[in-house]
Ligand binder design. Structure first.
Ligand SMILES: NC(=O)c1ccc[n+]([C@@H]2O[C@H](COP(=O)([O-])OP(=O)(O)OC[C@H]3O[C@@H](n4cnc5c(N)ncnc54)[C@H](O)[C@@H]3O)[C@@H](O)[C@H]2O)c1
Length: 371
């Protein structure tokens, strides 16, 4: 019998569903050091919360997260709520000495992110930030190729994250379009992911130029005809300089018609290039300089030798979006067993937030800003 770890998860919609699936599946596919027990799911509205608890398989539900995160029988607090509640939940969980697992972006502001890092450091607890795309096998292969020097010295990172779900001006002003709840728009939601991948693959960003744009400045409130202002960015565009001399662009938009969840990066080095596109999650494009007839080749990241794949299916039997969350919680469980900090953690979250903060400053100053 494996030791058990009791989980309390706050938030039960999109990420609540993805994380519930990950906690449920991880021990069925992998051999983690603990059996995660889906103890209590938290939210504010009892009826939908109760339905979510039944559907996802949580033992209990609670409309009082403050009580849940302090319970003696809870080991891990999993935060799947909008950014405005990340800081209070994470700080309370750290003070109660729990492992804290938090959705991205770490917080709505740099000051909040720093408070969260301070709290987990003071409590000496394990903490992790859910930038799940790091754990797509094709992205891990890109990391290995870069670390092995196969791409050579890196010159460019070209990252974009494009969606199109709010092009309709009548799309309601949901929480993602409200600064007080989301902190920012495409910047915190989308740039945070591609900036995290750039830090993971290329290195630290030291300086940025950039600007933020809101195309539709007011929208109807959900279920109502009255309008409210949109005070977050619809698109965020930035130029970035890395500590190691590489340069790059990072662009994110919710107004890129035709692109649903198009996270793409291209890395060009002195010996080769790599291209990844989340909508082709199992593939990595690789070009290694090898004479006039060499072109990009496609690595299908489904061989047993590829990261995480030996536990899944035979070669060519592809995996999907939800698997990246399963890989993330697997590595969190291993980190807890080893009492080592997993990555990305709240330190990464703060560094990421510094990049977002610098892009916001650059958008106002119209100058290069230091991170
Ligand atoms: N890793 C990823 O790829 C990814 C994808 C989508 C969202 N996210 C992040 O996950 C987080 C949640 O986003 P989502 O898409 O799941 O949002 P959502 O709107 O689908 O769900 C939010 C949940 O939080 C609950 N909630 C909101 N405020 C609360 C509060 N004060 N107390 C308790 N519960 C509260 C809501 O009831 C709901 O269940 C955000 O930080 C978002 O940026 C990450």
């Amino acid at each position: 019998m494996k030791p058990k770890l009791n989980i309390a998860m706050i938030g039960y919609q999109f990420m609540g569903r993805a994380h519930s699936n990950a906690w449920r599946q991880v021990g069925r596919i992998f051999d983690p050091p603990y059996e995660p027990v889906m103890k209590v799911i938290c939210g504010r509205n009892e009826e939908p919360l109760k339905r979510a608890a039944e559907r996802y398989g949580w033992q209990e539900y609670s409309t009082d997260w403050e009580d849940a995160v302090r319970r003696k029988d809870i080991d891990v607090v999993d935060i799947c709520t909008p950014g405005d509640s990340h800081m209070p939940i994470a700080v309370a969980a750290a003070e109660a000495k729990k492992t804290v697992f938090c959705e991205k972006p770490l917080a709505n502001s740099l000051a909040e992110a720093e408070k969260m890092l301070d709290a987990v450091k003071r409590a000496s607890c394990i903490h992790m930030l859910c930038h799940n795309y790091r754990r797509a096998p094709a992205v891990m292969i890109a990391k290995q190729l870069i670390d092995d020097g196969q791409i050579g010295e890196i010159y460019h990172y070209r990252g974009s994250y494009l969606q199109d779900w709010i092009v309709d001006p009548d799309f309601p002003r949901v929480w993602r379009l409200e600064k007080a709840r989301a902190g920012s728009g495409a910047l915190g939601d989308l740039v945070s992911h591609t900036a995290d991948l750039s830090r993971f693959l290329v290195g630290e960003i030291t300086e940025v130029a950039g600007f933020l744009k809101t195309f539709i400045t007011e929208r109807p409130l959900p279920g109502s005809k009255s309008k409210a202002p949109v005070d977050v960015d619809d698109a965020a565009i930035s130029l970035v300089k890395f500590e190691n001399g590489a340069v790059g662009t990072i662009e994110a938009s919710r107004f890129a018609l035709g692109h649903k969840n198009h996270l793409r990066f291209e890395i060009n080095g002195s010996k080769g290039s790599i291209v990844f596109d989340l909508e082709r999650l199992n593939e990595l494009q690789l070009y290694i300089e090898e004479g006039p007839n060499g072109g990009f080749k496609t690595i299908l990241a489904t061989d047993a030798k590829h990261p995480y794949i030996d536990a899944w299916w035979p070669p060519g039997h592809i995996i999907g979006y939800e698997h990246t969350f399963i890989h993330t919680v697997l590595d969190l469980l291993k980190a807890i067993a080893d009492q080592k900090l997993p990555t990305p953690n709240f330190e990464d979250g703060v560094r990421n937030q510094r990049v977002l903060d610098a892009v916001e400053r650059a958008s106002i100053s119209a100058k290069w800003e230091r991170v």
